[in-house]
Write a protein that binds this ligand. Sequence first.
Ligand code: PLP
Length: 281
Amino acid sequence: NKMLYNDQIVERENLINIEDRGYQFGDGIYEVIGVYDGKPLMLDEHLVRLERSAREVQLNLPSPANELKTKLEELVAENGLNEGIIYMQISRGAAPRWHEYPAKDVLPVTIAYTRAEERETAVEDEGATAVLAEDIRWLRCDIKTLNLLPNVMAKQKAVENNAIEAILHRGETVTEASASNVFIVKDGELYTHPADNFILNGITRRKVLQLCDSLNLKVNEETYTVDDLLKADEVFITATKLDIVPILEVDGKKIGTGKPGPVVKQLIREFRALYMDETVK
Ligand code: PLP
């Protein structure tokens, strides 16, 4: 099993410097990319988001996105990965531990590796449950940074309650979930939190918005409350590799009929058709 370390594909081993800023401060950015039939899905979109994250935290990417793209495709081929994910992160590099950015000659450290993962079509078809958790994160959730402790704590709460996700709210407003975006359906229209600093603008979320557009489903990128969520006809979450998962129950309260609804079922069907087109050559 190989990994990408800066611009080299090498045998996977622990090459982490104890003064790597990703390790000490969570000072870095990352992407998780789904691989279907040996091909990374929406890789360009992930790289555009990576570039944006880098800009927002003033991290100079060590190589242009198109070079990174070639390396990631090479890594997937080297590892013979058919179905799974690529994890990639770029930290601000290794330097003596001081909070401020290190000197310009300290280069960012890029790593990427792959992990085989089976598709979870059963959970997409059957749906899952979620819990609520207060969103205690910072005010730049739009940047995909390594600082994930609040997300980790929220997901732990979900798992302890046999739920797939923790749906986060700032006061009354639903933002997103610990590692996914949240949509609700009410009277045939969809609602999802606008892509501002309170959420990560998911690649899957954007694809769902495009799909809704082509299906003439109305989406309101507007905030909605916990009460709206609990009274919705349908709730679903979106994320890389999870794709689209119906949420049938939140904090033990049944959503709509308690079964996957017609809107989410249609979106799952269309989403599958779409990545099959993109990945099956
Ligand atoms: N929101 C958060 C906080 C996430 O960590 C993720 C990624 O897993 C998402 C949303 C979904 O984003 P994407 O669809 O790009 O995977």
